[in-house]
Design a protein around this ligand. Structure first.
Ligand SMILES: Cc1cc2nc3c(=O)[nH]c(=O)nc-3n(C[C@H](O)[C@H](O)[C@H](O)COP(=O)(O)O)c2cc1C
Length: 345
């Protein structure tokens, strides 16, 4: 697909309410995939090197970040766009509706999005069925898991354990999301003691399930960009002590300085896209230096072009993921990054 083709489609989609546009484009993608149109439109993705990460072999370094395919029902179509891995979710043990609408806003002049979706999703059981019914996709699938809104924080661990069990053997890896700003109190789980307890419980369950099934499934954890050096240092120690398998950095920010005065900038929620590019890269770099390369990092946050992806890798990420850049620049961005990585040394 050419950039002008995507920009034409975007023109129409951006005239619609953001959430309606999202549902329409996902259903158009599924239709285009099932009829063979997408295959024709996309052509072959540029060849890009395989990457080893968390003991898994990723077909390439470019993934789709969590939140776009929350239910895992568009995997074949998204895979057709060239993504080497797709992180579905956030999925919670039970289905839930998320926050009241409107809850998704574009800040077009800043190439940004604010969302406060609140983990609207179909629940782990349905998510697993959806992933199992994917037919053509050959990349890896990560399950991004969260706790249900009604589960109090002191019972959060049991929700994460339930979700881990629920997708065991179906997911290639799991990402534990404790960094969404849109579930009240969720980010409190990023306090070192709480994170340590959560990782301990999940690693214990991982060992039990591996022993029982013979299947290995790495566990990554996703962090917010809104933390200082001290918290990054403390958490790095917790991750190393707990034997975490991977880190996804970063989620959306609650900072608004970069979009001050712009329409929708005062909406509650997480800000993503160009305004988080730099901060997210700094956080990756800080974690990388504290972790000493012992825990691989999946870099995400404001990748709007191929150079941004290279910057994340140069800062210490092993893989990258996109969300907002994909909304603004479409499938051609995936190909651009893949192509630039094939020439990378
Ligand atoms: C509309 C929207 C929904 C999102 N939902 C989730 C989610 O459910 N779970 C999650 O871990 N991250 C979620 N994210 C965060 C993205 O995965 C990503 O970490 C963040 O947006 C920064 O990357 P970006 O600037 O490329 O979008 C969401 C982002 C957006 C824009």
């Amino acid at each position: 697909m050419k950039q002008w083709q995507y920009q034409l489609a975007k023109k129409g989609l951006f005239k619609m309410d953001a959430e309606e546009a999202h549902h329409l484009s996902m259903s158009m993608l599924r239709k285009a995939e099932s009829t063979g149109v997408l295959k024709y439109l996309m052509g072959k993705a540029p060849k890009s090197p395989e990457v080893e990460c968390m003991g898994l072999k990723f077909p390439n370094a470019v993934g789709l970040a969590a939140g776009l395919d929350k239910e895992g029902n568009t995997i074949d179509a998204l895979g057709r766009l060239g993504f080497g891995f797709i992180e579905i979710g956030t999925i919670t043990p039970l289905p839930q509706g998320g926050n009241d609408k409107p809850r998704l806003f574009r800040i077009i002049e800043s190439e940004a999005i604010i969302n406060r979706m609140g983990f609207n999703n179909c629940g782990i059981e349905e998510g697993v069925k959806n992933v199992q019914s994917a037919k053509t996709y050959k990349g890896l699938v990560g399950f991004n898991i969260g706790k249900n809104k009604l589960t109090p924080n002191d019972e959060a661990v049991s929700d994460y354990v339930k979700a881990l069990r629920g997708c065991w053997g179906v997911a290639d890896y799991v990402t534990v999301n404790i960094s969404s700003p849109n579930t009240p109190g969720l980010r409190d789980l990023q306090a070192a003691d709480d994170t340590a307890r959560l990782i301990h419980a999940l690693k214990e369950e991982q060992a039990v399930l591996t022993e029982r099934t013979g299947v290995k499934m790495p566990i990554a954890l996703k962090v917010a960009p809104d933390m200082g050096d001290e918290q990054i240092a403390d958490l790095s120690k917790v991750f190393l002590d707990g034997g975490l398998d991977g880190l996804v950095a970063t989620n959306t920010t609650i900072e608004r300085a970069a979009v001050k005065g712009k329409a929708f900038s005062t909406q509650a929620g997480g800000l993503s896209g160009a305004p988080v590019t730099q901060r997210s890269t700094e956080v990756i770099s800080a974690f990388h230096s504290h972790l000493g390369g012992k825990i691989p990092i999946i870099g995400v946050g404001g990748i709007m072009n191929a150079q941004d992806a290279k910057d994340k890798l140069a800062a210490g990420a092993t893989l990258v993921q996109l969300y907002t850049g994909f909304i603004y620049h479409g499938p051609p961005l995936v190909h651009d990054i893949l192509e630039s990585l094939s020439n990378r040394r």
